[in-house]
Design a protein around this ligand. Sequence first.
Ligand code: GLN
Length: 197
Amino acid sequence: MAGSPCVGILALQGDVREHERLLGSLGARTTRVRRAEELREIDGLVLPGGESSTIDRLARAFELRDPLIARIRDGLPVYGTCAGMILLADRILDGSAGQRTFGGLDVTVRRNAFGRQAQSFETELDVPEIGAPSVRATFIRAPAIEEVGPDVTVLARVPDGRAVAAEQGAVLATAFHPEQTGEPRFHERFLRAVRSV
Ligand code: GLN
């Protein structure tokens, strides 16, 4: 694609602005994606945090679901945070009635995995692939990964062993929100994938 790569942010619902701000600070060009035509012009896609069942419903209503799945299958670099991670999971537990995902990441994800007591919390995570220092991670009604397919690399786990960041090919997902704490290293990793395609 001519010029600098363009990163789409799925802008049906969720924390779109925070991703725009962080990607902009890293020098990336971004555009909001709401329609199928807009999917053709992008070199990478971010699925924001928000409410995965709402994003799923709106993606179907806006006829984005099928073209989006096709582009992910074609190798489009994608990064999903929290609700975005749920949407990238091939399998979902505790979804709302009829909730579907786009898929692309061979994992089983449990929605709202941290329960009522701790719907939101912050913690420090060691992420060897990201390097030192450790990552300050914000979990907001976050999901967790409960099963991982053979081609998936787990990047981070919470102390009880559940996976909260994973990667498979050009698909990257975190259960937490680097876009909300200004942690740039996951977005940088995603941008490297975007620039190398
Ligand atoms: N619990 C939300 C969901 O099911 C995700 C929360 C978030 O993205 N912060 O989609």
